[in-house]
Each structure stands twice: as structure tokens, then as C-alpha cells.
Design a protein. Structure first.
Ligand code: B3K
Ligand code: ZN
Length: 881
């Protein structure tokens, strides 16, 4: 394990390396305990580098076995090798020379899942961000681009399949049961995109003909017997390839594109050139084992990794500070893909819910950082919601600012100008400035400044003058190490909704640039005056969530309900209703804390039945509209002195109140949604199942009876129906015979399918209330649980900490202690996953006092450990600071 040295990396310290590695030739002789890696690097001294500059290569836990410099064995004193670096001082005079490095590594012992490791007997690699240096000494940084030739040797029986990046060149037998394959990747790439897979896997094969007529062989490799479960992923891949051609003019560039699914993986997937490696959770699907959400995730992640081929691989990052250059942009691209494949409005609502659930708390807590950070201690801790999700929102805003045509021109310019390079956010923005002639200098603050801007708005209407006025003020709250903030350029899409529900015309607008339905805020305060407004409008602001801000807009509940019914922007309809629910829930939780019973407005309670039955709305939209804000959403809106128990009680009370009011209508719609046809994962069918499942929650709450959920569980024809029913049984009727029976049946049915058992773990981990912490402890001893498998840990313990507000925040601190203990257990072999789990503590200061103390104690216990990885130390110290 790399222990923390306290070193901080800074953006301003960037300088190019003295040497380039133009060609990389690797030979792997695979063995679980002793894999021999021979790396022959063609090195070039860069222009301007001193003749006597040493070559300093990165390593991580390596031991040097052999070294040749310029073809000759290196002599003593000419170099120095430590586990984390190889420094060669005596180098050939020529500007171009070869060095050969031999290292011996042990994939079977690698439980950190970075570098070369074994997952279920399959050799695989994960190199981003800095895993390549666990394989061989190298200039392991994204601005060193090299072509790779890779030879893999293995025992044919153990590893009949040998894959690496690029195109296959050659393969054959070696004798003694060994065989080999050679791969060549002609596209220069940084080491983080290197990949190797070797093992005994099954595969499905297909082909794709690109727009210009090139034929590409496609392969997806999975455990034997699971081949049929990869069909949906293959379909998603082909749709992604076509979409990128049509929407962005981007074609695929190699002869083959392979995907491998493995069961031990630190994240979702990895975009290695021509050889994507996936967490099997995001490849395998059939109706029996995958929910509609799983299908949607597979589609999105297959697309995301594929889209990286241009945004990330062909054009990569100069340094890791520029991570959003590839991640934010690629998330934007996968969001657009899913919007085109499914329903744009529904997709947008889902995106905003995710952004608010994950990025807003990050931006508002101790781990806040700009989309492009300026410093880090451990880069793996910066694969965050801010870099990914807010990074995507920033690209979306560029699209809003420029319009579709200029946005595309800017992207085209970026691809043309920077293909084959490692670049920066400045390079990216310059392309849009040039293509559009617009000045993006103030806008660029979205990349540089952390924190969610607050926008406060008040409105007035003068009926005699027919004038409507908006008083708008922006502020950006201070965040760690950034106390003073500059004013942002915030694009607010809007509409003035008239009494008939349609957008109203107006003669003119003054006080801010107002163009194409967007108000551009650039100053602290704007008074925007609309003239010629014939009746008092209701303002619909930040339509489509055009800017990732928090909006404080005083509005009568009646007007909000009007927007929820009539706004022409579906996202804003959802937002209006969601705000009404949130306000009602905050008030209810305050009353509960004060010992009073909550009461809710009749108008609000009446509306859900109307939506449920509104056939003009897509079922998926209705499902989202009827979903109450999660407990964590309510807590985030309250902001401080949080009592999770009161919030949980408030949410339950509102659900019951709505259910009581709408029971008859909900029951009718629920019955009508019963699907008797064959299963299809398409968006419309998934939407109907989603609506039916939301209604099941309400109906079960109204009846106070598990019978309906038990019936759905019994009769379910897909995992979507079965898992939702199980959830209602376990969460609304914990400990009941019906719940116990369903949990046992589920376990029995899927006992040999770990991915499905993850659903069983998470359902139990998220049972509200005090007792769940003990249940989680018991489940950690279940034979299917494994502390070294990230999916198991994330489902059971991660699910508990991040999605069980009343369980995790148990008042006596037991939930915090369980998390801290687990983090330390995981830390011993996998620092990256441990650090990720620790993020669940990030909002501890917003809790009420007693819980704050308990959380602080648990965090301090971790911090007190003498030896911590820099991954975990970094998160814990920033969280406590
Ligand atoms: N680029 C990878 C993430 C790597 C994470 C390293 N800690 C997957 C993705 O975003 O597509
Ligand atoms: Zn990505």
C-alpha cells in the first residue's frame, strides 16, 4: 500500500517531461504469482531538455529485475531503483535510444484492483489513473503518448483468450502448453489507457460498418454460460457507434472493438483503447435478473465508454487536473445519447435528481472543489460528481450559450485541431470561442470556482403599466480554500406563463441580456423589466435546469401548483411539484420535531391522483412526478441541525396522506398497468413498470397491508416488478411474515448469482430504522458477502451508509462505527474503495449536535490510525477540517 507522504500536486507546477516515450513494446509472461513483464521503451529527449537530464520513471510497489540502456546491461551506479521510481542518470548521448526494463509482479496478490490483477481467474488490468506504474516503471502521466505493441504469453488451458489494445497482429503456440498473441495499437495513447485481458471466457460477436464503410469486428466477453446476457450490451454498443457518427460525426478507428466483463472492479467501467473493461454489473442483463434501471445503466455506460474513444482517447488530458475535459464532456455526450434513445424530459429529470443528490452535497460540504481542481493529494479522489456531473452541466451550458449550430462547430474544431494531443480546458474553450465569436472568459469560472451559486428572485407585476419585473441576485457561497468568489455568467432559461397556461409574449426586456428564452446573469444584481405583458404571469425559471444553481424564488403554492399543471416545459412541471413536496415535508418535519402532527394542504394532496391518471403524460414522467423527495433530498434542503428521524417520519406521513386521498384512482391505474405481453426493456414499457411500482408503494401504505406487494412479488415476470415488491415488503412491513417469506424466497432463487444477491443485500441494508445496523453486521457474515469484492461492499455497506438515513444516522452512533470499521477493513487491501465509502461522512456537520459528535468520533478513529493510504487520509482529513 502506498502510504501518505502528504505531498500535494498543484496545477501551476505542471511542466512537460524531459523525455517522450514514442514506442512501447511490452511482453507479459503470465503467472499468478510471478508474471514477468519486459518493457522496451523507445525514448526521445524532448526539445529544450538538458542533455544530462535524468530519466525518472514512476513505479508503485515495483522491484527491478533487469535493466538495459541502449541495448546494454546497465552498470551499477548508473541508475537507482526504489519501489516507486527508477532514475537513470547515465543515458546514451543520442536524442533517441532504447531502454528495457524487466519487472516481476504477482497478479494473484493484487486486491487493490489497480494494475494487473486476477478476477475470478481472469487476468485483467486497470490503469487509470496511476495503475500502469504497478506493472512497469514508466512515465505514467497522460501527456506522454506512445504507440504500443503487446505480446502476451500464457498457458493455453488457463487463458485461451489473450486480448490487448489495438488490432490483433499475430498468435501461435509456444510448446509446453503455452501460447501467445501480439497486439498493436497504432494510435498513440497515454499509459492509463493500456489494457490486457487473458483468461477463459465466453464471447458474443457482431460487426459494425462505419459511415465510411469500414468493417469493425465487435466482441463482448463474459463468463462461460452468460453469453446470452450480453446481448443488450451489444445492441447498446451498436446504437452508440451509430449515434456518435450521426450526432458528432465521429467514426470508430480500429478493426476491432472488444468489451470484457469482470466481477472484481473498482468502478463502473474503463475506456481502454479498443478494449473496454467493465464491471459485469454493467454488461449482464436479462428480464429475470436485471431491472429496467440496470438496462438503462448498461446502455448509458456502454455509450459513455465508447464515446471516450474520441473524448478521452484520441484527444486526452494534458494532466489529471484536466480530468473534466474528458469526463464532463463524455457524460454530456452519454446524457444526450440516452435522451435521444429514450425520453428527453424524463432523462433530464433523472439527471437533475442525480446531480442534486450527489453533486450538490459535495459542493456544499468539506470536499467541495472546482470542476477543474487546482490541487490534489490523491487523484483517485477526484473522480467525483463535481468533475463528472457538474462537468457535464457546464458543457450543457456552453450548448445553451452558443446554440446547436455553433456548439457543433466548436466540437468539430476541437476534434480537428487537437486529435492526437493531450490538452487543457483552455484549449477546449478556445474552440468554442473561435467557432462562435463569443467571449467565454466569465463563463470559464464554472470550471475554476467551486460552490453552487445561489440565485434569489422576487417578482412584481404592474397591471396598469403592463410591466413585469424580476429582481435577481446571485451569490456564490465560500468553499474550502476559496473564501472570495467572483460573479458568474448564469444562463437562466425562462418563460412567462399566462393565465391560460401558455407562454406569454412581451414587447421588450431590459436590465439583462435576454435572448432566445434565456436571461443571462453576469452581475450581482439585475432588475429585469418586461414591457407589454398583458396579464400577471407566473414565472417559470431555470427551465430544463439550464444552470446548476439553487434557486430561491418566493411563490404562492397556488402558483406553483399552476406551473406543475401547465408549464410547457416538462422538467419545470416536475420541479414545481417537487418543490411543493419539499416545502410540505420540511414543514412537516419541523412540526414532528416540535411534538405536533403534520398537516398537509388539501390542494397538494389532491393533485397526485390527477397526475397518475393523466394519459397525456408518459408513464415514466408520472412515476417521477409521484416520487416523493428522498430523505436525503429533504435533509439537504433543510441544510443544518438535521434530525433524520423527523424527516423519515414526515415523509411517511405525506406518503400516507397522499395514498389515503388517491387510493381509488391509484388502484385503478395500478390494475390497468398490468402488462401481459412478453417483456421488453424499451423506455415506454419500463415507464409503465416504474409507474406501477410507485403506485404499489402508495397503495401498500394506504392499505397498511403487505398483501398487494406479496402478490406482485409472486406474480412478477421481471426483476423490475419482483425487486420493487420486495422493497415494499421489506421497507414498509419489516419483520412481517410476508417480508420474511419474500426475502427467503429471493435468496433461495438467486443464491448462486452474486449480482442479483447484491439487490437482496441493498434492500435489507436500506430498511429504515434503528435495527438495520445489526442486520448489516449479520449480513456481512453471509457466505455470499466478500470484503474484497467492491460490488458486495458497495451494495451492503455503501447502500446502508448512503441510502439509509434513519439507519446510518442512528442516534447512538452505531451506524457510523460500523462504517468506520468497514472502511478500515477494506483499506487494508483496497484504499480506493475505502476512500469512496468514507464519502458518506461528508455532510456530518449539517446534522444535529449529538449525531455530529458521534460522526466526528468515528472519523477521528480512522484519522488516528498511524498508517493510512493517501486515498483515505486525504478524504478523512478534508472531511474533518
Ligand atoms: N475513466 C474511468 C474511471 C477511472 C477511475 C479511476 N479511479 C471510467 C469512466 O469514467 O469512463
Ligand atoms: Zn468516463
Amino acid at each position: 500500500m502506498r502510504t501518505d507522504t502528504g505531498q500535494v500536486f498543484r496545477l501551476e507546477d505542471y511542466r512537460p517531461s524531459d523525455y517522450a516515450i514514442v514506442e512501447t513494446d511490452l511482453t507479459f509472461r503470465l503467472d499468478p504469482e510471478r508474471t514477468r513483464v519486459t518493457a522496451t521503451l523507445t525514448v526521445e529527449r524532448r526539445e529544450g531538455a538538458a542533455k544530462d537530464a535524468p530519466l525518472v520513471l514512476d513505479g508503485d510497489g515495483l522491484a527491478l529485475d533487469e535493466l538495459l540502456v541502449g541495448g546494454k546491461p546497465a552498470v551499477k551506479g548508473s541508475h537507482e531503483a526504489t519501489p516507486d521510481s527508477l532514475t537513470i542518470r547515465r543515458l546514451p548521448k543520442a536524442d533517441r535510444f532504447e531502454i528495457t526494463i524487466v519487472t516481476i509482479i504477482a497478479p494473484a496478490a493484487n486486491k487493490a484492483l489497480m494494475g494487473l490483477y486476477l478476477s475470478n481467474g481472469v487476468y485483467c488490468t486497470q490503469c487509470e489513473a496511476e495503475g500502469f506504474r504497478r506493472i512497469t516503471y514508466y512515465l505514467d502521466r497522460p501527456d506522454v503518448l506512445s504507440t504500443y505493441r503487446v505480446r502476451i504469453e500464457a498457458k493455453e488451458k488457463e487463458a485461451p483468450l489473450l486480448l490487448s489494445n489495438g488490432n490483433p497482429v499475430e498468435n501461435g503456440r509456444l510448446g509446453d502448453g503455452w501460447h501467445y498473441a501480439v497486439w498493436h495499437d497504432p494510435f498513440p495513447k497515454p499509459s492509463y489507457l493500456f489494457a490486457l485481458v487473458a483468461g477463459d471466457l465466453g464471447g458474443i460477436h457482431d460487426a459494425f460498418v462505419t459511415a465510411s464503410g469500414r468493417k469493425v469486428k465487435l466482441g463482448i466477453y463474459v463468463e462461460h454460460g452468460k453469453e446470452p446476457l450480453a446481448a443488450y450490451a451489444m445492441d447498446a454498443l451498436k446504437r452508440s457507434m451509430r449515434w456518435d457518427e450521426e450526432r458528432f460525426g465521429r467514426e470508430y478507428d480500429l478493426d476491432v472493438f472488444n468489451i470484457v466483463a469482470v466481477s472484481d472492479f473498482n468502478m463502473g467501467a474503463m475506456e481502454n483503447k479498443g478494449l473496454n473493461v467493465f464491471n459485469d454489473k454493467y454488461v449482464l442483463a436479462d428480464p429475470e435478473t436485471a431491472t429496467d434501471m440496470d438496462y438503462a445503466n448498461i446502455e448509458a455506460i456502454i455509450a459513455h465508454e465508447y464515446f471516450h474513444n474520441w473524448t478521452g482517447n484520441r484527444i486526452t488530458c494534458r494532466d489529471w487536473f484536466q480530468l473534466c475535459l474528458k469526463e464532463g464532456l463524455t457524460v454530456y455526450r452519454d446524457h444526450e445519447f440516452s435522451a435521444d434513445q429514450r425520453s428527453r424530459a424524463v432523462k433530464r429529470i433523472a439527471e437533475v435528481r442525480t446531480l442534486k443528490a450527489h453533486q450538490f452535497p459535495e459542493d456544499q460540504g468539506p470536499l467541495a472543489h472546482p470542476v477543474r481542481p487546482r490541487r490534489y493529494r490523491e487523484i483517485n479522489n477526484f473522480y467525483t460528481a463535481t468533475v463528472y456531473e457538474k462537468g457535464s452541466e457546464v458543457v450543457r451550458m456552453i450548448h445553451t450559450l452558443l446554440g446547436a449550430k455553433d456548439f457543433r462547430a466548436g466540437m468539430d474544431l476541437y476534434f480537428e485541431r487537437h486529435d492526437g494531443q493531450a490538452v487543457t480546458i483552455e484549449d477546449f474553450l478556445a474552440c468554442f470561442e473561435e467557432a462562435s465569436g463569443k467571449d467565454l472568459s466569465q463563463f470559464a469560472l464554472w470550471y475554476h470556482q467551486a460552490g453552487t451559486p445561489n440565485v434569489t428572485v422576487s417578482t412584481s407585476y404592474d397591471a396598469r403599466a403592463k410591466e413585469y419585473t424580476l429582481e435577481i441576485e446571485q451569490s456564490v457561497p465560500p468553499t474550502p480554500s476559496e473564501s472570495r468568489k467572483r460573479l458568474m455568467h448564469i444562463p437562466l432559461a425562462f418563460g412567462l406563463v399566462g393565465p391560460n397556461g401558455q407562454d406569454m409574449e412581451y414587447d421588450s426586456a431590459e436590465g439583462a441580456a435576454v435572448e432566445n428564452g434565456v436571461i443571462h446573469l453576469r452581475k450581482r444584481r439585475h432588475t429585469v423589466l418586461f414591457k407589454g405583458v398583458s396579464a400577471r404571469p407566473v414565472i417559470s425559471l431555470n427551465r430544463g435546469f439550464s444552470a446548476p444553481i439553487t434557486l430561491a424564488l418566493e411563490m404562492r403554492p397556488k402558483d406553483r401548483l399552476f406551473l406543475a399543471r401547465h408549464d410547457s416545459d416538462l422538467f419545470s412541471r416536475w420541479q414545481a411539484l417537487n418543490t411543493l413536496f419539499t416545502e410540505a415535508l420540511i414543514e412537516a418535519s419541523t412540526r414532528i420535531r416540535g411534538g405536533k402532527t403534520p398537516n398537509f394542504e388539501a390542494a397538494l394532496l389532491g393533485y397526485p391522483a390527477e397526475i397518475a391518471a393523466d394519459e397525456n403524460l408518459e408513464a415514466a414522467y408520472r412515476a417521477l412526478a409521484l416520487t416523493l423527495p428522498a430523505e436525503a433530498d429533504i435533509a439537504r434542503e433543510i441544510g443544518n441541525n438535521i434530525d433524520p428521524d423527523a424527516i423519515g417520519a414526515a415523509r411517511e406521513a405525506l406518503r400516507e396522506a397522499i395514498a389515503g386521498e388517491a387510493q381509488a384512482v391509484f388502484a385503478k391505474v395500478y390494475d390497468a398497468l398490468q402488462d401481459d405481453g412478453p417483456f421488453s426493456p424499451d423506455a415506454a414499457s419500463a415507464g409503465r413498470r416504474a409507474l406501477r411500482n410507485v403506485l404499489l408503494e402508495y397503495l401498500s401504505a394506504a392499505a397498511q397491508d403487505p398483501a398487494l406487494a406479496a402478490r406482485q412479488f409472486e406474480e412478477a415476470k421481471s426483476m423490475t416488478e419482483r425487486a420493487a415488491a420486495l422493497n415494499v415488503l421489506a421497507h414498509q412491513f419489516p419483520g412481517s411474515g410476508a417480508a420474511e417469506k419474500a426475502l427467503a424466497a429471493f435468496e433461495q432463487r438467486y443464491h448462486d448469482n452474486p449480482l442479483v444477491l447484491d439487490k437482496w443485500f441493498i434492500v435489507q441494508a436500506t430498511i429504515p430504522g434503528d435495527r438495520t445496523v445489526d442486520l448489516v453486521r449479520r449480513l456481512m457474515a453471509h457466505p455470499a458477502f466478500s470484503i474484497t469484492n467492491p460490488n458486495r461492499v458497495r451494495s451492503l455497506v455503501g447502500g446502508f451508509a448512503s441510502s439509509n438515513q434513519t439507519g446510518f444516522h442512528r442516534a447512538d452512533g452505531e451506524g457510523y462505527r460500523l462504517l468506520a470499521e468497514t472502511i478500515l477493513r477494506v483499506e487494508a487491501h483496497n484504499p480506493q474503495v475505502a476512500a469512496r465509502l468514507a464519502i458518506a461522512f461528508r455532510s456530518w456537520r449539517s446534522l444535529e449536535k449529538n449525531r455530529q459528535e458521534q460522526a466526528r468520533a468515528a472519523l477521528s478513529e480512522i484519522a488516528r490510525q498511524p498508517e493510512l493510504s493517501r486515498d483515505l487520509r486525504d478524504i478523512v482529513e478534508r472531511t474533518l477540517a
